[in-house]
Design a binder for this molecule. Structure first.
Ligand SMILES: NC(=O)c1ccc[n+]([C@@H]2O[C@H](COP(=O)([O-])OP(=O)(O)OC[C@H]3O[C@@H](n4cnc5c(N)ncnc54)[C@H](O)[C@@H]3O)[C@@H](O)[C@H]2O)c1
Length: 250
């Protein structure tokens, strides 16, 4: 039986690659995103070959009612959820801001999407996994949750919280057949970071800080997610797997 995988933030970048990876592995994937038109475009242009094995659900992970409705829709269509990948996330804008320059509204917005969104998706999917007696959750955190990024306090705080949420779930649900792990990507070329990587000076600064000397690809992250979601990782629980070319080891 093919697994049912839910991926949030699936219309772009890392989430899009995660969907493709699970489709390639023969799974059934529900691609969830707040951006309806981008989701529709991805389904028509990238996932059409997979037919009914990829479903699209438009929802804002930060909104409790929308998340409850999305999970009910998924259950009606598939009757189970084997893997939840909490990938949806925002940086809070391209401008680098230190804490005293960050507005309360900006802080709250990043927190709502990156942390409350993860909490709400887990809150709605865990009862399904508990009833099944099995499930795996993979949270996309960041190396920013392990080491501080300059002038990115709000974002870094949310990614640190994502790592701790991962460990909390690993402890609370281990005996109930549910594993929870995080992936901590370093600098990956996606629409979130492309504006910076396109500028030769900024790219040179970024690359100079990465021991492997290259920016990561979305497939590097998708491979780590596929591993943590698989039976190959059956004894991995509460881990924060860095995919960063050595960035956080310096
Ligand atoms: N790109 C990097 O270098 C990098 C590094 C570390 C961690 N990450 C994390 O990886 C994840 C994916 O990032 P990306 O680079 O692919 O970004 P991206 O901007 O390309 O894609 C993010 C997707 O999330 C969706 N999204 C945003 N808010 C949402 C919401 N409220 N509800 C549902 N969907 C929502 C967007 O519509 C978009 O499709 C994020 O959590 C990000 O913090 C990225």
């Amino acid at each position: 039986m093919s697994r049912v995988i839910v991926v949030t933030g699936a219309a772009s970048g890392i989430g899009h690659a995660i969907v493709e990876r699970f489709v390639k592995d023969g799974d059934t994937v529900v691609a969830l995103d707040v951006d309806g038109p981008a989701l529709q475009a991805a389904q028509q242009q990238s996932w059409a070959h997979a037919g009914t094995r990829v479903g699209a659900v438009q929802a804002d992970v930060a909104q409790p009612a929308a998340v409850a409705c999305a999970v009910a829709q998924i259950m009606q269509a598939h009757g189970r959820i084997d893997v939840l990948v909490n990938n949806a996330g925002i940086t809070g804008g391209p401008q680098a801001l230190r804490l005293h320059e960050t507005s309360v509204a900006d802080f709250d917005h990043v927190w709502e999407v990156n942390v409350r969104g993860m909490f709400l998706m887990c809150q709605q999917c865990l009862p399904v996994m508990l009833a099944q007696g099995s499930g795996a959750i993979v949270n996309i955190a960041s190396v920013a949750g392990l080491v501080a990024f300059p002038a990115r306090a709000a974002y870094s705080v949310t990614k640190g919280a994502a790592v701790m949420l991962t460990r909390s779930l690993a402890v609370d649900y281990a005996a109930l057949g549910i594993r929870c792990n995080a992936v901590c990507p370093g600098m990956i070329d996606t629409p979130m970071t492309h504006w910076r990587l396109q500028q030769p000076e900024l790219l040179a600064q970024v690359v100079a800080r990465i021991p492997q000397g290259i920016v990561g690809r979305v497939d590097d992250v998708a491979s780590a997610v596929a591993f943590l979601a698989s039976a190959e990782a059956s004894y991995c629980n509460g881990s924060a797997l860095v995919v960063d070319g050595g960035y956080s080891s310096v």
